[in-house]
Design a protein around this ligand. Structure first.
Ligand SMILES: [Zn+2]
Length: 92
């Protein structure tokens, strides 16, 4: 199933979200391994499908299309929604 998000049209890969992820996590997260809770697909965040707009970003599993992570900025608040992300792992 591929969730569709109105207003998001440009499909990018996780590298496009690298700057935002760096702000959120304080490190380059594109090499972090993300495991999907829905289909067990595991890959680097750089390989996830990314949808970006002015308000934030959505990272989608390349295996099943479920939302892994949503980052939104509005009303002076940063919101991070951990969706179908079972595990996020990165080297120290
Ligand atoms: Zn998946």
């Amino acid at each position: 199933m591929r969730a569709h998000h109105p207003g998001h049209h440009e499909q990018l890969d996780g590298n496009a979200a690298g700057g935002l992820l760096l702000e959120l996590f304080g490190r380059d997260m594109t090499d972090a391994r993300a495991a999907c809770a829905h289909c067990e697909h595991e890959a680097a965040l750089a390989d996830a499908v990314a949808e970006l707009d002015d308000a934030g970003m959505i990272l989608l599993c390349r295996g099943c299309g479920h939302t892994l992570l949503t980052s939104l900025r509005s009303d002076g608040r940063q919101t991070l929604v951990i969706g179908g992300l079972r595990r996020l792992q990165w080297p120290l």
